[in-house]
Design a binder for this molecule. Structure first.
Ligand code: HEM
Length: 115
């Protein structure tokens, strides 16, 4: 089971890297470019791996702080809704990638500093 947890953490960290990479890809595409679908895929990966980590906690023996998880989930829902709304449009305002990246950084900070 420890291997499964480590695999999920590995994918969770790759998902975070993907979301950070999306910010730079989006910046290269320029203001007003359509929102890259990678934002949605990265957010979905974070959701699936995060929920799996929490769901498997009775088996992995990890005791996660549920308030912390709730905050991360809430931030991710905002990321997901923004990505869903703007990925459907032909162009995205300049503030959207900045807001998405800021929210990703908020979740990294919550993950690391909320002990
Ligand atoms: C943008 C979204 C997210 C980002 C950037 C993110 C980032 C991170 C990072 C950097 C870690 C490693 C922290 C450390 O080991 O000290 C982590 C761990 C974790 N995250 Fe997330 N996270 C996100 C969303 C979520 C969501 C939505 C959930 C749950 C529903 C979640 C559940 C967890 C859990 C349970 C761990 C601990 C894994 C372990 O060490 O066993 N995360 N996250």
């Amino acid at each position: 089971m420890e291997f499964v947890r480590l695999l999920l953490v590995f994918l969770h960290l790759l998902g975070m890297g993907m979301l950070v990479a999306m910010f730079f890809l989006q910046s290269r595409a320029g203001v007003g470019a359509p929102l890259n679908k990678g934002w949605l895929h990265g957010a979905a990966l974070q959701l699936v791996t995060g929920v799996a980590l929490v769901g498997l906690s009775p088996l992995t023996g990890k005791d996660y702080d549920h308030v912390k998880i709730g905050v991360k989930l809430l931030v991710l829902v905002v990321i997901g809704v923004l990505a869903l709304v703007y990925a459907r449009k032909a162009s995205s305002p300049g503030w959207v990638p900045r807001a998405l990246a800021g929210l990703v950084v908020v979740n990294v900070a919550v993950a690391v500093f909320w002990t």
